[in-house]
Design a protein around this ligand. Structure first.
Ligand code: NAD
Ligand code: IPM
Ligand code: MN
Length: 357
């Protein structure tokens, strides 16, 4: 029997509510399959832990996590702890320590999901964002000079290494080639005259190795406009850390909302564990009320199954989400329903039982 060790970091706010449904779904899949099982270990790390212990996770947290096969994370961040501390000392530390340099975020309008755009069908919103996840604008490099003095200065560096740009752009070309899709690079070389000129140059250089891949290159301002006006232009998209962060929330908005947006933080070499999470935050405005939509977390569970090679099961979960959306009988409030997080999770479980691989 194949056994996978999964670290569960439910985190803050709605994190524990949605992750409970994700774990339930993964357990059900393993039970029905019978050929593999998950060993879940829960870690109570996050803002509450910080308020008690003065740190977001223990000093040997990364060492502990290095022994698992994957990490399943809810959300991090709570009022009362500065966001730059809670996120840098947990989520971003994990992504960086484990060199999860690919952030793979589908922006796909599932059947039955609401879309705020006019005259758009499912096939028009079918993209996958490959967001650089290890450096760029989120490298954490900079300085704060003359703090609290009249001549105070802050500098936040964007760090774009050749290795960092090449590997993410190559990953995107490989995906586009494998799936016979177009590849769009989103950058901003007209204003960012070092980092993005370099990015564009590397996009062209690597492109020479992939003559079969049709490419486009957009400036980020125009790209955001086209995502709304003409989303079918985009298939595989590769972009920097900051642009990918912003554009995938925009993507969520056109593909059913934050409650339906998932992301995988991947270390493609599998030297370290990868991490699967909904892309939304801890949503303090609805936390603790059973209102959170767990479907983004179920989608990230599907990405986890894909990652371990159980792509049939990954697809089953997406099919189940689509069925739940199309029927429209059991939905959370963000999708116009009246049901709780747990009821939506239970409905997914019922659908899985009817489908088994
Ligand atoms: P958010 O994603 O938490 O919430 C934005 C809006 O979307 C809110 O109105 C919220 O209610 C709604 N929403 C989000 N997820 C939902 C779900 N599953 N179901 C229904 N509605 C949902 O973003 P924010 O408010 O900017 O950030 C809140 C906190 O989360 C901050 O501390 C922030 O730093 C943190 N954050 C963490 C992560 C992460 O852990 N991956 C990601 C983004 C933000
Ligand atoms: C996301 C989040 C994080 C990011 C934050 C919370 C650091 O917004 O996963 O999209 O910017 O990567
Ligand atoms: Mn984000």
């Amino acid at each position: 029997m194949q056994r996978y060790k999964i670290a569960v970091i439910a985190g803050d706010g709605i994190g524990p509510e949605v992750i409970a449904e994700g774990v339930k779904v993964l357990k059900k899949v393993a039970e029905l399959d019978g050929g593999f099982e998950f060993e879940f270990t829960e870690f109570p790390w996050g803002c509450e832990y910080y308020l008690e212990n003065g740190e977001m996770m223990p000093k040997n947290g990364i060492e502990i996590l290095s022994k698992v096969d994957a990490i399943f994370l809810g959300a991090v961040g709570a009022p009362g702890v500065p966001d730059h501390i809670s996120l840098w000392d947990l989520l971003l530390t994990i992504r960086k320590s484990f060199d999860q340099y690919v952030n793979l975020r589908p922006v796909k309008l599932l059947k039955g999901a609401p879309c705020p755009l006019k005259n758009v069908s499912e096939s028009d919103v079918d993209m996958v964002f490959i967001r650089e996840n290890s450096e760029g604008e989120y490298a954490g490099s900079g300085s704060w000079l003359f703090k609290n003095k009249p001549n105070e200065v802050v500098i936040q560096d964007g760090v774009f290494s050749r290795m960092g740009c090449e590997r993410i752009i190559r990953y995107a070309y490989e995906l586009a080639k494998k799936e016979h899709k177009t590849l769009t690079s989103i950058s901003k070389a007209n204003a960012l005259n070092y980092s993005m000129v370099f990015w564009d140059q590397i996009f062209e250089e690597i492109g020479k190795e992939y003559p079969e891949v049709k490419t486009y290159s957009y400036l980020v301002d125009a790209a955001s406009m086209f995502m709304i006006k003409d989303p079918k232009r985009f298939q595989v998209v590769v972009t920097s850390n900051l642009f990918g962060d912003i554009l995938t929330d925009l993507g969520a908005a056109i593909a059913g909302g934050m409650g339906l947006a998932a992301g995988a933080n991947i270390n493609p070499e599998r030297k370290f564990p990868s991490m699967f999470e909904p892309i939304h935050g801890s949503a303090p405005d609805i936390a603790g009320q059973g209102k959170a939509n767990p479907l983004a977390t179920v989608w990230s569970a599907s990405q986890l199954l894909d990652f371990f090679g159980y792509t049939d099961w990954g697809k089953v979960l997406i099919d189940c989400i689509e069925e739940v959306l199309c029927e429209g009988k059991v939905l959370t409030a963000d999708l116009g329903g009246i049901n709780s997080t747990c009821e939506v999770g239970d409905e997914i479980i019922r659908k899985i039982e009817n489908k088994r691989c």
